[in-house]
Design a protein around this ligand. Structure first.
Ligand SMILES: [Zn+2]
Length: 151
């Protein structure tokens, strides 16, 4: 007798698991849908006006708890830079980290786009958006990065 393959078909696969996170820092980075350039969000204390990034739980100046979101400058100056050759899991090496000084007197840690050895202190850099690492499913996680400024 022939096997009745039809009736032995395995049941439908369970629903696929939800894709892992692919966009980091939604409360730090805004990417306007109208095509305007992305910007980082600073948090200005409503009590004393102190500006901070990333979002603090309380104002480090006055302990205020209410903040106004303000767009930060897209361009800054590289304060320091490190090429990383032994990285964290999920991060393809080599990659580059730097501290960027923004005109708002904020110093921001971010990944830099490009090849190791191509940045030096005092380089003009600008905000961009790109893959900062891979998620558990091997898909790129998108967040803020900096790259050499156009001019
Ligand atoms: Zn404050």
């Amino acid at each position: 007798m022939s096997e009745n393959k039809e009736s032995k078909k395995p049941e439908k696969k369970p629903a696929e698991k939800k894709p892992d996170i692919t966009f980091f820092h939604p409360d730090l980075l805004q990417v306007p849908e109208n095509g305007d350039p992305p910007y980082l969000t600073g948090y200005r204390c409503k009590s004393c006006g102190n500006l901070d990034f990333p979002k603090p739980t309380i104002c480090l100046n006055c302990w205020g708890e209410e903040f106004e979101v303000v767009p930060l400058s897209r361009k800054g100056v590289l304060y320091s830079v490190s090429d990383i050759f032994i990285g964290q899991a999920g991060m393809k090496t080599p990659y580059i980290f730097g501290y960027i000084d923004l005109p708002e007197n904020l110093r921001i840690l971010a990944q830099l786009q490009g090849e190791p050895g191509t940045y030096k202190c005092d380089d003009q850099v600008e905000l961009t958006v790109g893959p900062i690492r891979m998620n558990r499913d091997g898909l790129p996680i998108i967040s803020y990065m900096f790259r050499k400024a156009a001019n």
